[in-house]
Design a binder for this molecule. Structure first.
Ligand code: AP5
Ligand code: MG
Length: 209
């Protein structure tokens, strides 16, 4: 099944994707994770995008589209995938339609207050990308990931100024995709406010899994 996860920053797209791949047996492709890995590796892509991402802006469409196109050409994505965080603009969605055919677009619906609560408590493993939440799912007390030994840290773009910018960018550039995909009959709305298990059940029921 070829899916897009759409929704504001901090809605829980990445958290649900990690759970959903167990059922779907398809790769979780997060453009944000790919950019953060490039930044950690200090590759040319990472150097180019670091400032943009830390401040909460969007990487340019051409760079992002080329990256996703190349990733979807890999064999593991032939039968299905979860695209998390792409497309984020109408030009990205138009480009995607030219090289892949989606089955569904899952829209994570959550008010701004919920987003702020989730992002202000998020901790992420610097090495494997696993995430926790200071209140809802606390990281190990020593701040060391129990899966890979990496450091649990606060993403630079989770600082208040960048969060506000990410929300503004979401409203202006990404939210219009809800209407875009609804008009194509692809949109599935999911209430993203409950706990992860409840969301996973609703997701499976909505997709007939
Ligand atoms: P990206 O990494 O995609 O960030 P985002 O869209 O802002 O989304 P987040 O990862 O912040 O949130 P999420 O919905 O995955 O929530 P999570 O599961 O972590 O992109 C980062 C940057 O890269 C962008 O700003 C941009 O610069 C660039 N970029 C990426 N794609 C791009 C594109 N297509 N075009 C241009 N630029 C692009 O959950 C959040 C927290 O809540 C966690 O602590 C989690 O533990 C907790 N939580 C999750 N679900 C629940 C729940 N149900 N109950 C309680 N707590 C929960
Ligand atoms: Mg994410």
């Amino acid at each position: 099944m070829k899916l897009v996860f759409l929704g504001p920053p901090g809605a829980g797209k990445g958290t649900l994707a990690v759970r959903a791949v167990e059922t779907l047996k398809a790769p979780h492709i997060s453009t944000g994770n790919i950019f953060r890995e490039a930044i950690a590796a200090m590759s040319p892509l990472g150097v180019k995008v670091k400032g943009i991402i830390d401040s909460g802006g969007l990487v340019d469409d051409d760079t992002t589209i080329a990256l996703v196109r190349e990733r979807l050409e890999r064999g593991d994505a032939a039968a299905g995938y979860i695209l998390d965080g792409f497309p984020r603009t109408i030009p990205q969605a138009d480009a995607l339609a030219g090289f892949s055919t989606l089955d569904r677009v899952v829209n994570f619906d959550i008010p701004d207050a919920g987003v702020l609560e989730r992002l202000s408590g998020r901790r992420v493993c610097r090495k494997c990308g696993r995430n926790w939440h200071a209140t809802f799912n606390p990281p190990p007390a020593d701040g060391v990931c129990d899966k890979c030994g990496g450091e649990a840290y606060v993403r630079d773009d989770d600082r208040p100024q960048a969060v506000q910018k990410r929300l503004d960018v979401y409203r202006a550039q990404t939210e219009p995709l809800i209407g875009y995909y609804r008009a194509q009959g692809l949109l599935v709305d999911i209430d993203a406010r409950p706990g992860v298990d409840e969301i996973l059940s609703a997701f499976k029921a909505a997709l007939g899994l």
